[in-house]
Write a protein that binds this ligand. Sequence first.
Ligand SMILES: Cc1cc2nc3c(=O)[nH]c(=O)nc-3n(C[C@H](O)[C@H](O)[C@H](O)COP(=O)(O)OP(=O)(O)OC[C@H]3O[C@@H](n4cnc5c(N)ncnc54)[C@H](O)[C@@H]3O)c2cc1C
Length: 176
Amino acid sequence: GSTITTGLNFGLYDGPHRSEHAAALVYFENRWQHGMRAEKGRLRQALPLVVVTENLLDPENFVTLDEDDNAFVSFKAPSDYAVKGMARALEKLPDLLAPLPVERLFDRGIRPTESHVQGTLRMGTGPADSVIDSGMIHHQLRNLVVVGTSTYPSCSCANPSLTAAALSLRAAGRIA
Ligand SMILES: Cc1cc2nc3c(=O)[nH]c(=O)nc-3n(C[C@H](O)[C@H](O)[C@H](O)COP(=O)(O)OP(=O)(O)OC[C@H]3O[C@@H](n4cnc5c(N)ncnc54)[C@H](O)[C@@H]3O)c2cc1C
């Protein structure tokens, strides 16, 4: 009865590991694409989980427009940083799930992207490597405010919408 993405677990999220590999978000995936269990009485005794890791910016990942302004996303592959984060998360998963009566873990492989296109107008301290400042205002065009997930400096593993809303309201509040 919940949304498709719920039960977000931040147990593998922040920490010193982030200097070497990505933060990981573990959540319950309410799509049941694998179906139910076949054993009698155990139909629903499965816990489909997704592990999402953050991705770093890469010049080979970009968005282009054609002559009719249709947007096309070019995505090379997850960074080593993200892939290492996934490996670490799988290693740590048994500890994270230790309070539950887990019989077996099945790894169903890597989904290449979470479909979150971010970082094309990123926030930063100066125009050399970013577009807007921490108040969401363009570094040079000081009457231009940019809101949305394009402003994120990296692709966090957290779902982005609420942060975008919060940053937008904050920017509007500052202008008001
Ligand atoms: C499949 C999928 C699943 C997702 N699931 C989740 C989720 O569960 N939770 C979550 O938090 N996030 C989720 N997201 C991410 C979330 O939807 C996006 O991060 C969010 O919508 C981005 O908001 P935005 O305002 O930055 O951009 P958008 O919502 O893309 O808004 C940009 C707007 O600008 C318009 N536009 C573009 N060019 C022009 C132009 N030239 N002139 C005028 N208008 C223009 C576009 O039509 C669009 O309406 C998901 C994304 C995808 C693709």
